[in-house]
Design a protein around this ligand. Structure first.
Ligand code: ADP
Ligand code: MG
Length: 679
């Protein structure tokens, strides 16, 4: 296989310079790549229906005998029409073809063909216009459909693949050695490639797919693990080992056991032989900021600097406010870097940062800007990491000499996925909420009861609390979906005299900040918002939340939203409003209503909606998967992960039988900037 990846696609019969260019565009510059260009779908040519039973206006597959020589008819515009009738022995099917002068040569009277196309006609006569067809003996049960581009049809790709398959040597260096294939019940590579392109049966296809999916996951996982060891440089910023009691003394509260444990784990890394690469997963409100503060404090004690990057300006300002209040008095100089800050202030801060007078730089991705330079960056923390790509993470890290890396995520990612996305990180879990947290009671109601929900909100307001009202849209778009615009008018009427703020993504950063600021200080009592409030906003006095069109959100997103309340000592309520009737949707929402555990919700979300929610728009920066699908192939993913861990733990991978596998891993991670994989 390795040599096929070096063989230029032009060496295939029928592929010249022009087509080669098209293949390159499809990501297949070599014969090996072509074999890994898997069909996007399959057409079933095996399940013929009798003509009489074909469904009108649907794609039908019919096997029939040609009754006569196709007849030629001239039609308007100088076009030629060919007509031919075929029969399945019971009923006739009339076929027409436009401008295809090969038809009389291709369809021979008395011969059998399989036709596939949209069925037209009426009750008495069935017709197909320009159906695809194959001689009956060639119409295999299942035919591949490739991602065609202009100038390169699926059929052309199919025949090129067939030529490529013929080049496969009898004994292939299979990346998965025999013993491993036997252990996991996987097909050999040659068999799998033939099976994925030209399966003889659904079963063969399934076996081929399973093997290729397994291999893809295994290669990806091994690559991630290899990246992790590739990053093992010397620890240039060791901190003092042991739990920092004097830091704990700065806090207005007592750290939870989980916080102490995670701080100890992280500082253990930072005091160890290699730089830290750690993910802290903690449910909303579990107190990740205090963990970050502890590490920044410890870094400042050594004289080196830290950077904390948050995805939004609101969140960055909030971190700046709480961290500078906490660490400032202890001599840790903090500064905020955002895109909207005045140029003069930015220049002044940049100078102080470069001189080492600032110990902790907090900001948005403005921190990545070229002009921001550190004197000695020893620690990089990214908050709500799933919003950043791996590249942004490393862009910040490159401002220091192999700094420690901490990634904080509030999305409880199911472990399986965490291993995939963050496979190159060690993982700590903050699995305990600070004491005294009030339960958030969750209700699910239909819009007819909205007034009752509002009375409930009023009750919280009367007790001095504040509330969030969340809508899916910013402006009304003519659909029944609630918008911030419509809703704030509604709220104005329902709560006369109550100051109401507005927060959404279209506001300027300064306006967003002001809205947040006013709400945090209690000057506005209600905040009508989109999911902008989802990310990390912390107002402990907010104790009620109404979420309109709750069916529009993923469970993990709802969980993030709900995490905005119940952060203080007040009993809190979350009211989901939906007019959904669909039983599946309702049971999903009921499950959310009855569950608090973020991990359980994340698992359910993964099963229901797939991994998209966790990955965002492919922001994870991982190599793209060709055949495997994290949600649908979860079981194979888990097996491949266990296999990768086993291989990585021993020195099996170094053996000669794994040479081909090591090659696949290197090929996958060979893009520039993807880091060095050490296997
Ligand atoms: P998240 O993990 O969602 O980022 P935060 O760090 O914002 O959580 O913490 C949520 C709230 O809990 C904050 O108001 C913070 O001051 C408070 N908090 C954090 N740790 C503790 C603790 N151990 N005891 C009491 N309150 C805490
Ligand atoms: Mg947070």
């Amino acid at each position: 296989m390795a040599s096929l990846f070096e063989m230029d696609i032009r060496q295939l019969k029928g592929v010249g310079e022009k087509r080669a260019q098209l293949y390159r565009r499809l990501g297949a510059p070599t014969v090996g790549d072509l074999l890994r260009l898997y069909p996007r779908a399959y057409e079933d040519w095996g399940l013929y229906t009798p003509v009489a039973q074909t469904e009108l206006h649907q794609v039908g597959v019919v096997r029939g005998t040609v009754l006569h020589k196709p007849t030629e008819h001239r039609v308007k515009g100088g076009k030629t029409l060919y007509k031919v009738t075929v029969t399945d022995g019971e009923s006739d099917l009339r076929l027409t073809f436009f401008n295809n002068r090969y038809i009389p040569l291709l369809l021979k009277p008395g011969q059998d063909y399989v036709f596939r196309g949209k069925v037209g006609g009426g009750l008495l006569v069935r017709e197909m216009a320009s159906p695809a067809f194959l001689p009956a003996e060639k119409a295999k049960a299942i035919l591949p459909v490739y991602p065609a581009t202009q100038g390169l049809t699926s059929r052309m790709i199919g025949s090129a693949v067939q030529n490529a398959l013929a080049l496969l040597p009898g004994t292939l260096h299979d990346p998965l050695p025999q013993a491993l294939r036997e252990k996991y019940g996987l097909a050999g590579l040659g068999e799998a490639l033939r099976g994925i392109h030209f399966p003889q049966s659904p079963k063969e296809l399934a076996q081929a797919k399973r093997r290729l999916v397994f291999e893809e996951f295994l290669v990806l996982q091994l690559g991630l693990m290899g990246l992790k060891s590739g990053r093992r440089q010397e620890n240039l910023h060791p901190v003092h080992p042991g739990f920092p009691e004097s830091f704990a003394g700065l806090l207005p509260f007592k750290l939870t056991g989980a916080q102490r444990r995670v701080i100890t784990e992280a500082l253990g890394d930072m005091a160890g032989p290699y730089p830290m690469n750690r993910l802290v997963q903690g449910d909303v409100g579990s107190g990740k900021t205090a963990v970050a503060a502890a590490l920044c404090w410890a870094m400042a004690q050594t004289g080196a600097q830290s950077a904390l990057m948050a995805p939004t300006e609101i969140l960055a300002s909030q971190h700046f406010a709480s961290l500078s209040a906490l660490l400032g008095p202890a001599g840790v100089e903090c500064a905020l870097f955002t895109g909207s800050m005045p140029a003069a202030q930015r220049r002044e801060q940049q100078a102080r940062l470069a001189a080492g007078d600032i110990h902790l730089a907090i900001g948005t991705h403005a921190l990545i800007s070229e002009k921001v330079g550190f004197q000695d960056l020893g620690l990089v923390i990214t908050d709500e990491q799933h919003r950043f790509g791996v590249n942004q993470r490393s862009a910040l890290a490159e401002k220091g000499a192999s700094p420690h890396l901490l990634v904080m995520s509030a999305t409880p990612i199911p472990r399986t996925l965490a291993l995939m996305v963050y496979g190159d990180l060690d993982i700590s879990v903050l699995d305990e909420l600070p004491p005294g947290r009030q339960e958030v009671r969750t209700y699910l109601i239909d819009p007819a009861k909205r007034q009752r929900a509002f009375r409930y909100v009023q009750k919280h307001l009367d007790e001095g609390r504040q509330g969030y009202l969340v809508c899916p849209l910013i402006e009304a778009d003519g659909t029944p979906l609630m918008s911030v615009e419509t809703y704030s008018a509604l709220v104005g009427k329902a709560f006369p005299g109550v100051p109401v703020g507005i927060l959404h993504g279209k506001l300027k950063n300064r306006e967003k900040e002001r809205a947040m600021e006013e709400f945090a200080q209690g000057r506005t009592r209600l905040l009508v918002a989109t999911t902008v409030v989802e990310v990390g906003v912390d107002v402990p006095n907010a104790a009620v939340m109404v979420i309109e069109n709750a069916e529009r959100y993923g469970l993990s997103q709802l969980h993030q939203l709900r995490g905005r309340i119940g952060r203080g000592q007040y009993p809190s309520s979350c009211i989901l409003i939906t007019d959904a009737q669909n039983e599946e949707t309702l049971s999903r929402l009921r499950m959310f209503r009855d569950t608090r555990d973020g991990f359980q919700i994340a698992d359910a979300d993964l099963k229901l909606r797939g991994p998209g929610d966790f990955f965002g728009q492919r922001q994870h920066g991982l190599p793209q998967l060709k055949i495997a699908d994290m949600a649908n192939d979860l079981e194979v993913l888990q097996k491949a992960q266990r296999c990768a861990q086993r291989l990585f733990a021993g020195d099996a991978l170094q053996g000669p039988e794994y040479r081909a596998l090591r090659g696949e891993v290197r090929r996958l991670f060979s893009r520039p900037g993807s880091g060095q994989v050490v296997l």
